[in-house]
Design a protein around this ligand. Structure first.
Ligand SMILES: Cc1cc2nc3c(=O)[nH]c(=O)nc-3n(C[C@H](O)[C@H](O)[C@H](O)COP(=O)(O)O)c2cc1C
Length: 174
């Protein structure tokens, strides 16, 4: 469980390559996530083309992590696979997959970053275009990966003011 607290966003990477084996392990972790009605509607697109990183950086000005990323994975949903269509569960399902992937990357000693795509229309349109996503395949986010240039501290963000007992505002744990 230490991995949960060690996971931090890494936005600058060395030029050490990320292997396909590492990517497979990370995607496997993504596919192990819980999903509504076990829909598993996720689709993972391994991004190895620097031109894609560049194009995304043009629509997302704070995507500078893509400048040094050694690999990236686009997490999408195939809406036709949803077992309870039209409710938007795919967002939660793919977010759970993304978090699992970030944790697996941390466990492998890699630095990673979640770059938001959904719900920004311009980023969605960009990724649909560059990855030729068919109708009904929706992008959620991009995971950037690489060896961190420096280590980041583990973090404890526990905020007791945001935890209540039974009713909102009723103190718990103080
Ligand atoms: C849905 C989502 C979208 C995010 N999008 C971006 C992004 O586009 N660019 C970025 O640099 N960080 C992005 N982040 C990372 C957050 O900024 C980061 O998780 C937060 O600042 C906390 O830092 P930590 O990850 O080191 O704990 C995103 C995180 C989430 C969950």
């Amino acid at each position: 469980m230490e991995t949960i607290f060690k996971r931090r966003s890494v936005r600058k990477y060395t030029d050490t390559a990320v292997s396909d084996e590492q990517l497979k392990q990370i995607i496997k972790a993504g596919m192990a996530a819980p999903s509504a009605k076990n829909s598993q509607e996720w689709i993972f697109i391994v991004l190895r083309d620097p031109a894609i990183y560049q194009t995304f950086s043009e629509v997302h000005v704070n995507a500078f992590a893509m400048k040094t990323a050694q690999a990236a994975i686009l997490v999408c949903a195939d809406l036709s696979k949803e077992k309870d269509p039209g409710q938007g569960w795919w967002i939660q399902d793919c977010a759970a997959a993304m978090e699992n992937m970030l944790l697996e990357a941390t466990d492998l000693g890699l630095g990673s970053l979640w770059l938001g795509v959904h719900p920004k229309e311009d980023r969605i349109a960009c990724m649909k275009d560059v990855c030729s996503l068919p109708e009904g395949v929706e992008p959620l986010g991009i995971m950037a990966l690489g060896e961190p240039t420096k280590s980041r501290e583990a973090i404890d963000r526990y905020l007791e003011d945001q935890v209540f007992l039974n009713t909102y505002g009723n103190t718990w744990g103080k």
